[in-house]
Design a protein around this ligand. Structure first.
Ligand SMILES: *Cc1c(COP(=O)(O)O)cnc(C)c1O
Length: 422
C-alpha cells in the first residue's frame, strides 16, 4: 500500500489516456445508456456504473475511493453533511425499539440527534462517560443495542477515545463500533486499525480544510460479519424493496451497499458533485495540513499552559493532559489543531478575550486553515441545559480554539495581545 500522504494526492481517480488529469465535476443528475439491459444490470448490481446522481456520481465516487484507500475500508459513501453521515449510518442498522450506546463527549449536533430527534422515532440512546470503566459501559449494552458510538477526539472537550476499551465491548457483544474521526482524519489515526467497524466524517472540517464545502463521509470497514449474529436481522433476510437482496451475503461490503441502495435511495442526502470536487481538491494537502495544524497547536498549548491568565488548557500533546498516553498510543504523529482552554473570570472574560483577538476570528466552524475561536456555552451548545453542559464537560469559560496553519508566531502574538488586554 502507498503511504497516506501519497494517497491524499493520488488515490481515487486514475484517468485513461486523453481524459482530464484532474477529476472533473460531472454536473449531471443522470447518465445515458444505449440499451435498457445495461441499465437493468446496474440496478441488479451486476455491473458497476452510474445511473442517477442520488446513488452514485463519478466526482463523488473519486472522493469516496480516496477515503476508502486512506482508511482501509471497503465502501465509502459521501453525504450532504456530517450530520447526514451520522444519521444514515445509524438508520442503516437501527429501527424503532433499538438503541445506540454513545459517549457523552461528542459533537453538540450529534448529541442532539441522539438525545432528542432519534428518540422521536423510537431509537433510544444510552450515554456513557468516556472515562467510565469497561464494566459500567458494557452494562448499557443489551440485545437491542445496534451501535456503540464515540469520537476519536471529541469536539469540544478534547477527550481522546480509548479504542481498546470500546472495541473489546463491541467485539464481545457483536455490536458495530462506529467512530466519528472528523477532528483527527485518517492521516493521524485510522480507527479501523484499532477495532472500529464504521468510520464517520464531517468532511466540512479538515478533509475540505478551507471552509468551502459542506459534506460527510461514511466508511464501511468491511470487518463486521453480519452473518455471525442474529442482532441485525434486516441483513439476514431478503430486502423485498431491493428485489430480494440479502445484504449479509455481500460479506465485506454489506453495510456500505445497504447504506447506498436502501438508505440513499429512500432518504437522499448525497454529497453534490461540486462539493465532492472541492473536498477532493482540499484533501490533496490534507497530510501537510494535519502536520502543521498539530505542530502549531502543540506550541500554542504550551504557551497557554504557562500564561497566568489561563486557568486550564486541554490539548492531548501536553504531557500533563490526562489523555496524553492514549494520544501517544493512537495518534503519535500529531493530535490535530483543536484545543480548548479557560481564562480566569468565567464567561464574561472569555467573551472579552475573544473580542480582543484581531487575526483569529470568531466563527461557528472549526478545523480549517484559518485559526478561529468559539464560545460553545453561548453558541453551538446553547440548546443544552447547564446540567447537560456540565455532564459533557463544557465549562462556562471554555473557549474552543481551532489552530490554523498560519505561522505559529503570528497566532501566539494575537492571543498574547488579547490576553494582555483583559
Ligand atoms: C461538525 C461536526 C459534525 C457535523 O458535521 P456537519 O458537516 O456540520 O453536518 C459531526 N461531528 C463532528 C465531530 C463535527 O465536528
Amino acid at each position: 500500500m502507498k503511504k497516506l500522504d501519497t494517497l491524499c494526492v493520488q488515490a481515487g481517480y486514475t484517468p485513461k489516456s486523453g481524459e482530464p488529469r484532474v477529476v472533473p465535476i460531472v454536473q449531471s443528475t443522470t447518465f445515458y445508456y444505449e440499451k435498457a439491459s445495461e441499465l437493468a444490470d446496474l440496478f441488479d448490481l451486476k455491473a458497476d456504473g452510474y445511473f442517477y446522481t442520488r446513488l452514485a456520481n463519478p466526482t463523488v465516487d473519486a472522493l469516496e475511493k480516496k477515503l476508502c484507500a486512506l482508511d482501509g475500508g471497503t465502501v465509502a459513501i459521501a453525504t450532504a453533511s456530517g450530520m447526514s453521515a451520522t444519521l444514515l449510518a445509524i438508520l442503516n442498522v437501527c429501527g424503532a425499539g433499538d438503541n445506540v450506546v454513545a459517549s457523552r463527549a461528542i459533537y453538540g449536533g450529534s448529541y442532539n440527534l441522539f438525545s432528542v430527534t432519534l428518540p422521536k422515532y423510537g431509537i433510544e440512546c444510552r450515554f456513557f462517560d468516556p472515562d467510565d470503566s469497561k464494566e459500567n459501559i458494557e452494562r448499557l449494552v443489551d440485545d437491542k443495542t445496534r451501535v456503540i458510538f464515540a469520537e476519536t477526539i471529541a469536539n469540544p472537550t478534547i477527550v481522546v477515545l480509548d479504542f481498546e476499551k470500546l472495541a473489546d465491548i463491541a467485539k464481545r457483544n457483536k455490536v458495530l463500533f462506529m467512530v466519528d474521526n472528523t477532528l483527527v482524519t485518517p492521516v493521524l489515526c485510522r480507527p479501523l486499525d484499532f477495532g472500529a467497524n464504521i468510520v464517520i466524517y464531517s468532511s466540512s472540517k479538515y478533509l475540505d480544510g478551507h471552509a468551502v464545502a459542506l459534506g460527510g463521509v461514511i466508511v464501511d470497514g468491511g470487518n463486521f460479519d453480519f452473518s455471525s449474529t442474529d442482532r441485525y436481522k434486516e441483513f439476514l433476510v431478503p430486502d423485498e424493496s431491493y428485489h430480494g437482496l440479502v445484504y449479509s451475503s455481500l460479506g465485506k461490503t454489506a453495510f456500505g451497499v445497504k447504506c447506498r441502495v436502501q438508505m440513499m435511495r429512500d432518504l437522499g442526502a448525497i454529497m453534490s458533485p461540486e462539493n465532492a470536487f472541492l473536498t477532493n481538491l482540499g484533501m490533496e494537502t490534507l497530510a501537510l495540513r494535519m502536520e502543521r495544524h498539530s505542530e502549531n497547536a502543540k506550541k500554542v498549548a504550551e504557551y497557554l499552559s504557562k500564561h497566568p491568565k489561563v486557568e486550564w488548557v486541554k490539548h492531548a500533546s501536553l504531557e500533563s493532559n490526562p489523555y496524553h498516553a492514549l494520544a501517544m498510543k493512537y495518534m503519535p504523529k500529531g493530535q490535530g489543531g483543536m484545543m480548548s482552554f479557560g481564562v480566569f473570570g468565567g464567561s464574561a472574560k472569555a467573551a472579552e478575550f475573544m473580542e480582543k483577538l484581531e487575526m483569529i476570528a470568531i466563527v461557528t466552524h472549526v478545523a480549517d486553515s484559518r485559526s478561529c475561536v468559539l464560545h460553545p456555552a453561548s453558541t453551538t451548545h446553547r440548546q443544552l441545559s447547564s446540567a447537560d453542559l456540565e455532564a459533557i464537560g463544557i465549562k462556562d469559560n471554555l473557549i474552543r480554539l481551532s489552530v490554523g496553519i498560519e505561522n505559529v508566531e503570528d497566532i501566539i502574538a494575537d492571543i498574547d495581545k488579547a490576553l494582555a488586554s483583559i
